[in-house]
Design a protein around this ligand. Structure first.
Ligand code: ZN
Length: 317
């Protein structure tokens, strides 16, 4: 059998990134996904990596030191909220969030060193956290950390971030909206109808970056027919940008039946996005592609969407 080209991050340290007391982002999401991965036999086509923690220095490539200290304090007490009420503290939160970030940057290392072409981390893609504050269930923004790490450790400037989560990836967008080199394409439910209320088509970047970003809001109840209309816009945009590394945030909350959104994609949309990006990564990026699970609060949808992405990453072309 050919050596596997794709690795995946699984383990309790990632499963621990989950809020308690019936919060939509609970601790079961990792196990639900892993069970489906095994049921489909996909685990046998992947190199399974244990979660890796991130050092404070690495987290501070993106986040402010004051914010990282605040997370450490709240994690010790397990009391209160990190934001206005979406992101409650829990004991061990700092360690769990550090494993989310560390696994993603470990994947970057393995891909950049040529050990694997592609990687996937299910408990990742925490795209709402800003540099100085938590938001929307997201403590450390592993997407933003990966972008900064690629640049500072490997000199990769032209990172492409593609986001098909139902929610706008505001923590990534606003952290890089004045950066002409960050390639950003985001399909999400119209901000007038869903948290965080941003990501309008006219938001294309500011200053030197004006006109360089792609926000593609779609109406509530948009289905695969809408996805098939907008995806070619993303592909054309990416071809023009000539990325060096592709990040995919493939939130499963854009699939029909999610309890907190109103989107109606099917896992076929996630499979299509992943195969298309895999081909683009082969064409422009020496294959370098990293998938991050993102949101998703219907467990069946998580299992189906993320395994569809993994399948697209491992199957023979
Ligand atoms: Zn989401």
């Amino acid at each position: 059998m050919a050596q596997t080209e794709t690795c995946i991050y699984l383990g309790q340290e990632l499963a621990d990134y989950g809020f308690k007391d019936g919060h939509p982002l609970g601790p079961q999401r990792h196990d639900v996904f892993q069970a489906e991965l095994i049921r489909l036999g996909l685990d046998r086509q992947l190199a399974i990596q244990k979660p890796v923690t991130a050092s404070t220095d690495r987290i501070e490539l993106f986040h402010t030191a004051d914010y990282v200290d605040k997370v450490r304090d709240y994690s010790r007490s397990g009391q209160g909220y990190l934001d206005q009420g979406d992101t409650p503290a829990f004991t061990g939160m700092f360690e769990a969030a550090s494993h989310v970030a560390g696994s993603v940057t470990d994947a970057v290392d393995r891909i950049m060193k040529g050990q694997f072409r592609r990687a996937f981390s299910p408990i990742a893609g925490l795209h709402h956290a800003r540099r100085h504050v938590a938001a929307g269930f997201c403590v450390f923004n592993d997407c933003g950390i990966a972008i900064e790490y690629l640049r500072q450790r490997y000199g990769i400037r032209r990172v492409a971030y593609i986001d098909i989560d139902a929610h706008h990836g505001d923590g990534v967008f606003y952290s890089f909206e004045d950066d002409p080199d960050l390639i950003f394409a985001d399909i999400h439910q119209d901000g007038r109808t869903l948290y965080p209320g941003t990501g309008f088509a006219g938001e294309t970047g500011i200053g030197a970056a004006e006109g360089t970003k792609l926000n593609l809001p779609v109406a509530p109840f948009s289905d695969d027919a809408v996805f098939e209309e907008v995806w070619p816009v993303v592909e054309d945009y990416l071809r023009r940008q000539e990325p060096e590394f592709i990040l995919l945030q493939c939130g499963a909350d854009s699939i029909k039946g999610d309890p907190i959104t109103n989107m109606e994609f099917s896992p076929a949309a996630h499979a299509h996005a992943a195969s298309s990006l895999r081909r683009l990564a082969d064409e422009y990026c020496d294959g370098r592609m990293l998938g991050m699970g993102g949101g998703g609060y219907n467990h069946d949808n998580i299992a189906r969407a993320w395994t569809a992405v993994v399948d697209a990453m491992v199957k023979p072309l």
